[in-house]
Design a protein around this ligand. Structure first.
Ligand SMILES: Nc1ncnc2c1ncn2[C@@H]1O[C@H](COP(=O)(O)O)[C@@H](OP(=O)(O)O)[C@H]1O
Ligand SMILES: [Mg+2]
Ligand SMILES: [Mg+2]
Ligand SMILES: [Mg+2]
Length: 375
């Protein structure tokens, strides 16, 4: 395995995602449950919440990446502008402390890592942590090596005690080569069912926490948060005859993906199973291992929203490597080389490869009926 392409990047990505997932889980226990997020959350200009967890996780991942691949660029969702404001002193202090705790912990040491942490044994200064967060400011593009990072995808799910994911992917010349995703609240075995959101007992279940990892051409795998016992995962193989047994996966947030259009698409495909709703790229992981089959993310309204590359890069590769196709709502491949957003694409559809074209036909018909055939 060690001589396989991208073996080091894969190992480092797993290590980074595991460390960051332990920070976010800790933030949830320490801050979110106690204070209903008051003081631990700021609202960004796009009205989305961002927590101590988002910042600390981005710092941790960027520091791990910087130690191993100092020349790589990072396209991360967050930046430290809010944190640097004088009124954010308390928030800033928490971020620095949590990031340093995660960096000094021994969990999921990268196999290639020196015995001493490459970032040093001493806690990092506030300025170093803030600068690490800001290393995620790269503008993206079609050339060179860059990592796309969503430190907490599904922040709203995270705050409710629902699903969220730490998502990291390596892009080389605009193509996703490695994807890793930490899902701290997802059961390892889907048969055990999703935990009840926000319920302390359900969230303490020992079977929760999976890391998903894929390298282009090497398949998709899952492993527990705290061990390296990997197993391959596969989508459920569907064909024209069995497509009506499929189940859809969709966002909880109706503002992120059109639930109404999805309902019509199910009708057109004779699908009767209710859609499974969950936050974050855990949807990609779920369909990649066959808990659900098709992930629909139809644009809302006029479709002017541009999806962000960090919201899709790792899930895209995971589904491809598990036997699926991921496209936009017209069936075009996702173009990760356009900058920080998927500006050439509208919406996202992920489905097993033998039924993807048929799903796209139904999507087109449903949009046409709504007068949105031009999306
Ligand atoms: N109008 C919109 N349409 C689609 N996605 C949106 C959106 N506004 C925000 N998002 C993105 O939706 C992501 C969550 O996706 P989902 O609904 O599948 O859980 C958010 O990620 P963050 O939680 O990382 O900010 C955010 O980037
Ligand atoms: Mg966000
Ligand atoms: Mg996101
Ligand atoms: Mg996020």
């Amino acid at each position: 395995m060690s001589s396989a392409p991208y073996a080091l990047e894969r190992a480092v990505a797993i290590s980074a995602v595991a460390r960051a997932s332990s920070v976010t889980a800790r933030v949830f226990r320490l801050l979110v449950t106690k204070s209903s997020a008051a003081g631990a959350t700021v609202t960004k200009s796009d009205a989305s919440p961002v927590t101590v967890g988002d910042y600390a996780a981005q710092a941790v991942v960027n520091i791990v990446l910087g130690a191993h691949f100092p020349d790589d660029k990072i396209v991360g969702e967050e930046d430290a502008a809010e944190l640097r404001k004088p009124e954010s002193a308390a928030l800033r202090e928490q971020v620095v402390q949590l990031a340093n705790e995660a960096l000094s912990g021994s969990e999921q040491e990268c196999p290639a890592q020196d015995s001493a942490n490459k970032w040093g044994a001493e806690p990092l200064s506030e300025e170093k942590i803030l600068a690490a967060i800001d290393r995620g400011n790269h503008e993206g593009g079609a050339t060179g090596r860059m990592w796309a990072l969503d430190p907490i995808d599904g922040t709203k799910g995270f705050l409710r005690g629902g699903q969220y994911a730490v998502c990291l992917a390596l892009l080389v010349d605009g193509k996703v080569q490695v994807g890793a995703m930490g899902c701290p609240n997802l059961p390892l075995d889907p048969k055990d069912g999703l935990p009840k959101e926000g319920d302390a007992q359900s969230m303490d279940r020992k079977d929760l926490g999976a890391i998903f990892v894929a390298v282009k051409g090497q398949g998709a795998r899952q492993r527990p948060m705290s061990s390296d016992k990997e197993e391959p995962i596969q989508m459920r193989a569907l064909n024209a005859d069995s497509l009506n047994t499929a189940s859809f996966c969709e966002s909880v947030e109706a503002g992120h993906s059109s639930h109404g259009t999805n309902k019509r698409i199910a009708e057109l495909l004779n699908i009767s199973a209710p859609s499974v709703r969950m936050d974050s790229q855990a949807k990609y992981a779920s369909v990649a291992r066959g808990d659900g089959d098709v992930y629909l993310r139809l644009p809302v309204g006029d479709g002017s929203y541009q999806e962000k590359i960090w919201d899709h890069a790792s899930g895209y590769l995971l589904v491809h490597e598990a036997g699926g196709i991921v496209s936009d709502c017209r069936g075009r491949d996702l173009d990760f080389g356009q900058g920080r957003t998927l500006r050439n694409n509208r919406g996202v559809i992920a489905a097993p490869k033998d039924v993807h074209a048929e799903v796209i036909r139904a999507v087109g018909k449903a949009l046409q009926e709504e007068g949105r055939g031009n999306l």
